[in-house]
Structure formats: structure tokens, C-alpha cells
Design a protein around this ligand. Structure first.
Ligand code: AMP
Ligand code: ZN
Ligand code: FE
Ligand code: FE
Length: 295
């Protein structure tokens, strides 16, 4: 069983259409795929249709931009009702924050002598509902200011960079509550990734978040080294949190995140889907948990 629970399409900052993502997942031998675009469910219907034509089982998700103890945290929400009013309203606020940040980023680039038009960024963002810094990076690549998205983040767009601008993010604890109310389950994405200060996501923090309804943590992720993965696995076990693994695939938008480069163990997926079924039942929903697949 190959299970990859965190991927992106061009509805946010990935480069594949949802149908292409499903096709590539099928080619990569993936049995269960989580689609988790940033802050939007726009890609779900196209992916569902594609999944129903292949052997890939689709777990519909969203990677929600949240904040906890002053730091940004990405929350993977699986199988929530996409029409839940509270969840829709919060995602709208986050998407508004993405749009309203763009002029501020372009002003900073302008001050550095780099003239990029908002219309160019939006053209390059194409079908994306969630506009992000990667689309600004694409405009910098088009202008030949940089060669890759990675270089754009390193030189301009990353935290501390000369064109970095913060944006609105949802409150983590409140969002976990919203996801539960919408009949879904929550998993913290790459909790110990990179340069961020994630000291709040230690044993005490994760334990408090579990009490607030958190179902799991993403353990096997490219942004976690071997030691971090081992420690997070132990922590997940101690706290009885589901431990997932995934690629965080972005198509050609992010290097070293190939489909299925990490995966989730079948028993962990079963636990996650069991929790999702309970949440859905409590919220009064009867929708199928997973679509597509032939088993
Ligand atoms: P934003 O959503 O606008 O806050 O931008 C953050 C997104 O940019 C995340 O989804 C990352 O996947 C992506 N990202 C961050 N660093 C890089 C990088 N060095 N190269 C490509 N994409 C990146
Ligand atoms: Zn992304
Ligand atoms: Fe993320
Ligand atoms: Fe992601």
C-alpha cells in the first residue's frame, strides 16, 4: 500500500492540474492520495472525477494557514464538509489576506528596482484560488531576476528577505475546532520544519492541541531530518496521535518533494479515517469518506 497524504495542485501553488496530479499518482503506484491545496477546496471536484476513473483513492483535504503562539503553523484538514459556513468564512479571510498582501510585496520589490505588475503575477497564477509567494517567484523567474522559485525565496521572499510580507492566518486552536465541527480531522503539517521557531509544538503544546481535537502530526516529511522524525514518532506514540508521512508534492514548483517520497503506514491511515468517520457522524453528515478506487 502506498499512501501519500499531502500534495498540491495549480489551484494553489503546485503546477499540475488536479486531473494530472491523479494521473501521476496512479503512475507512481500510489493507492491513496491526499489532496491538500493551501486554503482552498477548488481542486476537489476535478480530482474526484479523475480518481473515480483510476485505482487511486482520494482523501480530500486542505492545508490551512494558521498561527499558534506567534508562529505560522500549517494545518492539514481531511474530509471536512467544504460548505460548512464557519470553515468557508475562515478560508475566505485567509484567501483575502493572500490577495491583499500582493501589492505590499510588489511595492517592496519596486523599492529594490524590480518592477513586477500584479497582472503578471495573476496571469502566472492562472487557475489558482490561493495566490502565494510562489507565484511572485514565478514572475521573478519570468523577468530573469532569478532562475528558480527556490532562489526567489532565498533572495527576496522568504522570512527576513527584503520583500517578505506577513499575511493573515487563522488561529490554530479555533481552526481545529472548526474542522471538527465540519466533520473533518486535523493533522499538523511538518510541525518541526526548517528555520521556523516551533518550540510551541513540543510535548506540552501537542498535548494541549490534542485536547482541543487534534488527530495527528505529519512526521515523515522532507523538512524533518532523521533525528526529528524519530523523536516525533516517539512523541506521537506517547500522545496517541496519528503519525502520517507524505511528499508535500508541488509538481515542478518545489524540488526534492517527489510523489510518494514519504508515506503513511496503512494502520495510521485506518486510524485517521476512523476518527474522520466519527467526526462526520457527530456532525450529522453521511458523505463517503474517500472517493475513487476500485476496492
Ligand atoms: P505563501 O503561501 O505565499 O505564504 O508561500 C508559502 C509557500 O511557498 C509554501 O506553500 C511553500 O510550499 C512554498 N515555498 C516556500 N519556500 C519555497 C522554496 N524555497 N521554493 C519553492 N516553494 C517554496
Ligand atoms: Zn505550497
Ligand atoms: Fe506547508
Ligand atoms: Fe504543503
Amino acid at each position: 500500500m502506498r499512501i501519500d497524504l499531502h500534495t498540491h495542485t495549480n489551484r494553489s501553488d503546485g503546477t499540475d492540474s488536479p486531473a494530472d496530479l491523479i494521473r501521476r499518482a496512479h503512475e507512481a503506484g500510489i493507492d491513496v492520495l491526499g489532496l491538500t491545496d493551501h486554503d482552498t477546496t477548488e481542486g476537489w471536484s476535478e480530482a474526484e472525477e479523475a480518481a473515480s476513473r483510476t485505482g487511486v483513492r482520494l482523501v480530500r483535504g486542505i492545508e490551512i494557514s494558521t498561527r499558534y503562539a506567534g508562529a505560522g503553523v500549517h494545518l492539514l484538514a481531511y474530509l471536512p464538509d467544504p460548505d460548512h459556513p464557519g470553515l468557508v468564512a475562515e478560508l475566505d479571510r485567509v484567501l483575502d489576506g493572500r490577495n491583499s498582501r500582493l501589492p505590499a510585496i510588489l511595492e517592496r520589490l519596486d523599492a529594490l528596482g524590480i518592477d513586477i505588475a500584479a497582472s503578471d503575477v495573476r496571469r502566472l497564477a492562472g487557475d489558482a484560488a490561493a495566490l502565494g509567494r510562489p507565484h511572485v517567484a514565478d514572475a521573478l523567474v519570468e523577468r530573469k531576476v532569478v532562475r528558480t522559485r527556490d532562489e526567489a525565496f532565498a533572495r527576496f521572499l522568504g522570512p527576513g528577505g527584503p520583500a517578505y510580507v506577513d499575511r493573515y492566518a487563522a488561529d490554530l486552536v479555533a481552526t481545529i475546532g472548526l474542522v471538527t465541527a465540519a466533520g473533518g480531522v486535523s493533522v499538523i503539517a511538518h510541525p518541526w520544519a526548517g528555520r521556523h521557531d516551533h518550540r510551541a509544538l513540543d510535548e506540552a503544546g501537542l498535548s494541549a492541541l490534542k485536547a482541543a481535537g487534534l488527530a495527528g502530526v505529519e512526521v515523515d516529511h522532507q523538512d524533518h531530518d532523521t533525528a526529528a522524525r524519530a523523536e516525533l514518532h516517539r512523541l506521537a506514540q506517547r500522545l496517541d496521535l496519528v503519525a502520517t508521512g507524505s511528499s508535500d508534492y508541488h509538481g515542478t514548483g518545489k524540488i526534492d518533494h517527489d510523489l510518494a517520497c514519504n508515506h503513511t503506514a496503512p494502520e495510521q491511515l485506518d486510524r485517521l479515517l476512523g476518527l474522520a468517520a466519527s467526526a462526520a457522524a457527530r456532525s450529522g453528515r453521511t458523505v463517503p469518506e474517500v472517493v475513487g478506487g476500485r476496492d
